[in-house]
Design a protein around this ligand. Structure first.
Ligand SMILES: [Zn+2]
Length: 143
């Protein structure tokens, strides 16, 4: 009896594997995020009078399926890489803003007029000569 179930399970497993051959078949970071967002939307849907959140969630789930079963593996992989880069940039920006906020009493933040590099100088020094750390442009700044 147990043997039959095991055989069925193995055959089912083989079928799935055959279905996934040559497909992306990965729950990468992008798919994970999409899944989380769609779950949140489904939850929101319970509290909203309209069904817009439901349809958005459905669209996201469709997108996840499309990515998961896609045969174009490299474009999907590139999408995920681009997504990861964006997340990294956002995190960096966020951390920088946090730091800026923490040190706003001690430092003035400004951009280089030449290359837009973010620079900072201690506050209360009066007029100072600034040399950009990236492009070596020199300019005066009141801090
Ligand atoms: Zn510069």
């Amino acid at each position: 009896m147990g043997q039959i179930w095991l055989e069925r399970l193995l055959r089912w497993n083989a079928k799935i594997q055959k279905l996934l051959v040559g497909r992306y078949a990965r729950m990468d970071q992008l798919n994970n995020t999409l899944l989380k967002v769609s779950l949140i939307l489904l939850l929101l849907n319970l509290f909203l009078p309209t069904s817009i959140a439901f349809w958005l969630a459905a669209a996201l789930l469709l997108w996840i399926n499309y990515r998961f079963f896609s045969k174009r593996i490299y474009p999907r992989s590139n999408e995920n890489t681009r997504y990861m880069l964006k997340v990294q940039q956002l995190k960096k920006k966020f951390n920088f803003s946090k730091e800026k906020l923490k040190e706003r009493k001690a430092y003035t933040y400004f951009k280089c007029p030449n290359c837009k590099q973010q620079l900072r100088a201690p506050k209360g020094k009066g007029k100072i000569k600034v040399t950009c750390s990236r492009c070596k442009e020199q300019f005066n700044k009141r801090v």
